[in-house]
Design a protein around this ligand. Sequence first.
Ligand code: SF4
Length: 326
Amino acid sequence: MCAAFSHIYLEARAENYSETKSILARFPESTVIRIKHYKDVFNRPAQDAALQNRSKNLILAVNDGKKIFDASPVCQDFGMGKFYYAESAMNCVFSCDYCFLKGMYGTSNVVIFVNQEDYLYECEEKLKDGPMYLCASFDTDLGALSKVSSWMNKWEEFASSHSDLTLELRTKSVVDSFKKDSNIIYAFTLSPDEVISRFEKMTPSLDARIACVNQAIAKGAQVRLCFDPLIYIKNFELCYNEFVGKILQSIDLSCVRDISIGTFRISSDYLPNLRKACPDSSAVLFPFDREDGFCVYPAKLRERLIGIIKNELEKAGYGNKLYIIP
Ligand code: SF4
């Protein structure tokens, strides 16, 4: 998918980076507006994120602050120890109703940080303290941006030459090239078609995602499947049962590295903004329980949702591949 941006905001200091030049060359029709600092546009108060969502603009910027962060405790660390995420970009060209980014940022515009070498340097410095696990596609979907930005390739190349880095590239997108390195994990989020069409706006269908997973497997890449977040809908039992049946029929799970399962959860601080951004979406209007600063489904519902996927995968002999966020 290649998003079209009617306007591209360009920080003066970002102008001479090669990433900037190649992005601008891809969008000759876009109106380029020069700005002093990305925060003047991205953090502008009282933006209408729902309206912007219909036509997102792009901001090209230099990140002169921290670039790699400790991951949140509600993220699955897959037993990997030192767990970080990189803020290579902010916001996403897709538009899932339940996305925490909608709660975190008051805008739908997308920032791409173009000073890539600074990120790789910060990562190299952190690696001096020992092996690390890095989610590079975290505050965005780098796969969905791969026709816009070279970030995904950049991280892949860096991981190829740094075996002590385990890199996760999570996506709902259909990407078309994969590396076989054992330390590069392509993590595909899969959802039932009903959930995709109702709540995962602009993302590829389940069939397209499954085809992409199978292509990655055929290329010998490390593949992770993410059934996360599971979303409550009225007919969730039937829907998720059919879904897991389809996954078992269409993907050879013996070729998959591991599988994560988790239900929707979000920081309590982000829920009000999320509801403002998607005022009609049942995915965010649910009367959530609050636990340790997070909004979550009631424990019994979480168990039932997770149980549907977990039980079927265990019956099929893949219990040893499961990582579950209870
Ligand atoms: S694909 Fe991921 S990052 Fe993008 S909108 Fe959906 S949940 Fe958010």
